[in-house]
Design a protein around this ligand. Structure first.
Ligand code: GCW
Length: 671
């Protein structure tokens, strides 16, 4: 009797352990017992073998189904695209078969309808940028140390490295990412040294069978920094020869190397302007070296140097005059907004303005300005907002998506980049819900018309549905999916509300960019870092005048947008203080004064996050204990942070407005 009881207890405990154990490394590819599946395929290439492996490892469809992978000729299926009809996955390339296999697997759990659908990627190159340094640190990384680098002194490749890179590659392939830039745009010249290139080669070898090309960020002064030359002038014959030789050396080791990402003449980084040359001179010199091998140059338009000019205007001023002067293997990489990855910015006016150059969006997956890994912020709504912004550059409907993906301008290459949020943390992204941002970036890069709702839905189903205990699955949608999806979908707006609503921006604390600091100024600060630079709060009002009476940054937008932004009555309220300096008593759309509206928005953000806590608290049965408690802790911290933001900012601004906090907001903070 006792033995039977103990046996039953063991089975029961074991059962619960299995249900509650989530290997954090699983990401959205859950290692649940797969059903049997037969896969027919002809090619033995690593890409196809990985497609077969994925199907066998994760199959949740009909037991014993027969699936076939077919390479076909088709004009409808573009390179890397696929078609699923019935049990057949067709593609014109092996990469397409791999993506088709993952799409089929995704559909089994997310209920997405992929049947008979041709799916082609919006962008040819879908790339993660890692701001990882050789010493293992990650700039703006909140998930631990680099997954690629451990320090110059330790370039050996361990079994743990190989396993991790493989898992990373598999996760990327499952969402269609096909490129990785392995190091920080603030690049060390040592990246191009022979021993480091050996490690790059080893990484590339792991990523390749998953369809991922390897790229490097390069320091423009590498020839001088590596002490080979006395100049890095892009028009100097020795410099040109140096880069040609270096590129040849790289391709000898990595024949499918993707190319270079370059941050030049920005935030102190060297660049062609140091030699009186232009961005085009610099980019073209590198492009010429890469051209014979099919390599690309992604030249960043994030140029930022101290000046008395409005910072939001700088990139447009430097780059638009160069439109049409870049080689066809150069892509200008433009951050979503004109300043710097703020919780909300209008789109960069460069989108659609450079009609004779390839232009690609750069999004930030890591939450530099959105609470690091301490706050829940699902970023798909932010990227969706940018992609769907109308630039009007070719008439109504010229969205950022359409001016960058080749729909409106015949770009030789199209691409999109996301600054990764990955690190050595066992949950990869610092907090588990942060994985949704990695997932979302990949999905939007594949299909720039996807809706945030669908992406959140998919990610939650893939990540959590199979963990639910069988007797709870019936109520899973109601008790877990819907409420948690609402948290995700509302989370970015909540961050905007409690940190910088109504178009306020860059009022962060110090260099770490976490927490409020509208008062912050370093010693002997440059003019653009001295308050009230970004918020311009004074006794008369608040906001940055970017209309013709101010910096006139609005003139960089195409009509009718410039006019829409110029008029505070037509300017979308979410950008109000981005473009206007308005009196504290200005009447906002709600009928409240600007001051009262500011108070309400800050408070709303706080209440939203407090509500997220209450909703999440009810989900304990649906996730592992670790994820439940970890998310609880994140939301608790976030509520605290939101309170600090609200109190600090309102107290600071109140010294200028000299107006009282609205009575309605006088209530206990936490109920
Ligand atoms: O947002 C700023 C960051 C820097 C970053 C820079 C850039 C890599 O604070 O850390 O440097 O942008 O995008 O180059």
């Amino acid at each position: 009797m006792m033995i039977r009881f103990l046996f039953a207890l063991t089975v029961f405990l074991g059962y619960n352990l299995i249900l509650h154990a989530q290997n954090p490394n699983d990401l959205w590819l859950q290692q649940h017992p797969a059903k049997a599946v037969n896969v027919q395929y002809k090619s033995k290439s690593p890409l196809v073998l990985n497609a077969v492996k994925a199907l066998k490892q994760y199959w949740q469809g009909k037991e014993g189904a027969d699936i076939s992978l077919k390479l076909v000729k088709s004009t409808a299926i573009k390179a890397e695209g696929y078609q699923i009809s019935g049990n057949t996955i067709s593609a014109t390339t092996e990469k397409g078969l791999l993506y088709g296999a993952y799409a089929m697997l995704r559909a089994q759990i997310s209920d997405e309808n992929v049947a008979a659908l041709v799916s082609n990627p919006s962008y040819e190159n879908r790339i993660l940028n890692h701001w990882d340094n050789l010493d293992g640190s990650v700039e703006r990384g909140y998930a631990g140390k680099s997954i690629f680098w451990r320090g110059e002194g330790d370039l050996t490749v361990s079994k743990a490295d190989l396993d991790r890179w493989k898992k990373y590659a598999e996760a990327n392939a499952s969402i269609g990412i096909n490129g990785s830039v392995l190091n920080n745009v603030n690049a060390s010249a040592k990246m191009l040294s022979a021993p480091v290139l050996q490690r790059v080669k080893a990484i590339a070898a792991v990523l390749r069978p998953y369809g991922i090309k390897t790229y490097l960020s390069v320091n423009f002064s590498s020839p001088t920094m590596l002490r080979d030359l006395k100049t890095a002038d892009p028009l100097n014959a020795d410099v040109i020869a140096w880069w040609h030789k270096k590129v040849a050396e790289i391709y000898k080791e990595i024949p499918d190397f993707g190319g270079f990402l370059v941050k030049a003449n920005s935030e102190g980084q060297p660049g062609p302007q140091d030699f009186g040359r232009t961005h085009a001179d610099g980019a073209n010199m590198l492009a010429d070296a890469l051209k014979p091998y099919g390599g690309l140059v992604m030249w960043r338009a994030f140029v930022y140097s101290p000046s008395n000019e409005d910072r939001a205007k700088q990139a447009y001023q430097e780059f638009v005059p160069l439109d049409g002067k870049f080689r066809d293997n150069v892509i200008i990489q433009v951050k979503n907004g004109p300043i710097d990855f703020q919780p909300r910015e209008p789109f960069s006016p460069l989108f659609g303005a450079m009609q004779h150059s390839s232009v690609m969006p750069e999004f930030q997956v890591t939450q530099e300005y959105l609470g690091h890994a301490y706050q829940v912020a699902f970023l798909a709504p932010m990227w969706e907002e940018c992609l769907n912004s109308d630039t009007y550059q070719k008439g109504e409907g010229s969205t950022v998506a359409k001016v960058t993906d080749g729909t409106l301008f015949s770009q030789k290459h199209s691409a999109i980049a996301g600054v990764a949020n990955t690190g050595l943390d066992s949950n990869w992204s610092g907090y588990t819900l942060g994985q949704a941002n990695w997932y979302a970036f990949g999905r939007l890069a594949w299909d720039n018309q996807l809706k945030s709702d669908q992406i959140a839905d998919e990610w939650l189903k893939l990540t959590f549905k199979q963990q639910a205990q069988p007797d709870l699955i019936q109520d899973w949608n109601k008790n877990f999916l819907q409420p948690v999806k609402n948290i995700l979908l509302e989370s970015r707006e909540a961050v905007v509300n409690y940190s910088m609503p109504l178009g306020l921006h860059h009022i962060f604390a110090a260099h770490h960019h976490f927490g409020p600091g509208p008062w912050w100024a370093p010693k002997n600060a440059r003019p653009d870092w001295t308050p009230p630079y970004y918020h311009q709060a004074d006794s008369l009002g608040i906001g940055f005048d970017r209309t013709p009476s101010g910096s006139n940054a609005t003139s960089q937008y195409h009509q009718p947008l410039a006019d829409v932004f110029n008029n505070p009555d037509t300017c979308p309220e979410m950008y109000l203080l981005w473009f206007h300096h308005l009196p504290w008593t200005y009447q906002t759309k709600s009928g409240r004064s600007l001051w009262d509206e500011l108070c309400f928005r800050y408070d709303k953000g706080l209440q939203q996050v407090r509500n997220f806590q209450k909703v999440w608290d009810k989900t304990s049965l649906y996730t592992s204990v670790e994820v439940y408690e970890e998310t609880q802790a994140v939301l608790k911290r976030q509520t605290f942070d939101a309170q600090v933001y609200k109190d600090a900012c309102l107290l600071y601004f109140q010294q200028f407005s000299k107006m009282p906090i609205p009575h309605e907001l006088e209530r206990p903070v936490f109920d």
